[in-house]
Design a protein around this ligand. Structure first.
Ligand SMILES: C[S@@+](CC[C@H](N)C(=O)[O-])C[C@H]1O[C@@H](n2cnc3c(N)ncnc32)[C@H](O)[C@@H]1O
Length: 263
């Protein structure tokens, strides 16, 4: 998200852009989680802050059931429509609702709680403590980030995008959404302090990006209040196209960080 979060930061059309333009996760991420928590078809996983279901979808075939939980109804509606898997249930709720879920799910019933690109919205210390009693032995919590924001990467085209966006929004951009090293260290320390065994890995791949994908990715990171009116969006996309045209075919090195805390 490009600015401060309001109640409906991911509501309305933003959820549509999110579903259409945000990257999913490669199978290697599901492999890493399956290995870290020894996931089987008997297991239940909670994907907290599931959004439009990017991680939920790659986890579903690996386990018995996935609960996708998110406080934004529009994101859940997109997730449900985009996820035909029969073993996924969608729950409206936030990290603060997990205590209430504990008696329903039962102690030790979850093999994993995954939080993908969403921990920065949560009270992570409280979450790590609450989740422990829900996890089976050998299970754990995974904090996943899906690459650096498009406008904060260390490439010339990303710097040009940053200029366009800062001038459009009238403010410098610095929010890293938990992808920076300082946030990763803070999360790792908090996992250790809560008694988890911590490991971290990075799954990297290279991918092409079109201007429409970049503009769509930017719209998906705006709050509904920041999103330009529908008739102004083509002009915004053209500004991005012009600013990025000197850089030829665009590519992104996506670094998915997977921080796991095992019980
Ligand atoms: C950037 S999206 C991530 C979606 C998806 N997990 C992914 O990896 O692309 C962040 C999601 O966190 C949700 N969220 C915000 N605050 C939350 C909270 N306190 N507890 C749980 N989810 C929250 C938002 O509604 C949004 O769907």
């Amino acid at each position: 998200m490009l600015g401060a979060m309001t109640e409906s930061a991911f509501g309305g059309e933003v959820s549509e852009y999110y579903q259409r333009f945000r990257r999913g996760y490669p199978d290697a991420v599901a492999d890493a989680l399956t290995t870290s928590f020894a996931l089987t078809r008997e297991d239940v996983v909670l994907d907290l802050g599931c959004g439009t279901g990017q991680l939920t979808r790659v986890l579903a075939p690996r386990v018995g059931a996935v609960l996708g939980m998110d406080p934004e109804p529009a994101m859940l509606a997109q997730a449900r429509a985009a996820t035909p898997a029969p073993n996924v249930s969608w729950l409206l709720g936030a990290d603060g609702d997990l205590e209430a879920l504990t008696p329903v799910v039962g102690p030790g019933r979850l093999a994993a709680v995954t939080v993908a690109q969403a921990l920065h919205w949560m009270d992570h210390e409280r979450l790590f403590t609450t989740v422990r009693s829900l996890l089976r032995p050998g299970g754990g919590i995974a904090v996943v980030t899906n690459g650096e924001p498009l406008w904060l990467q260390d490439t010339a085209w990303s710097a040009a995008l940053r200029e366009v966006l800062s001038s459009f929004l009238g403010t410098p951009l610095h929010r890293t959404c938990g992808t920076d090293s300082a946030s990763q260290e803070r999360y790792a320390d908090a996992l250790s302090a809560a008694g988890y065994v911590v490991e971290s890995q990075v799954i990297s791949y290279d991918a092409a990006l079109s201007i429409d994908e970049i503009a769509g990715g930017v719209f998906s990171a705006m709050s509904p209040a920041q999103l330009p009116a529908a008739e102004e969006r083509p002009a915004f996309t053209e500004r991005v196209r012009e600013a990025l045209s000197p850089f030829g075919p665009l590519r992104e090195q996506v670094r998915v960080r997977v921080l796991t805390g095992t019980r």
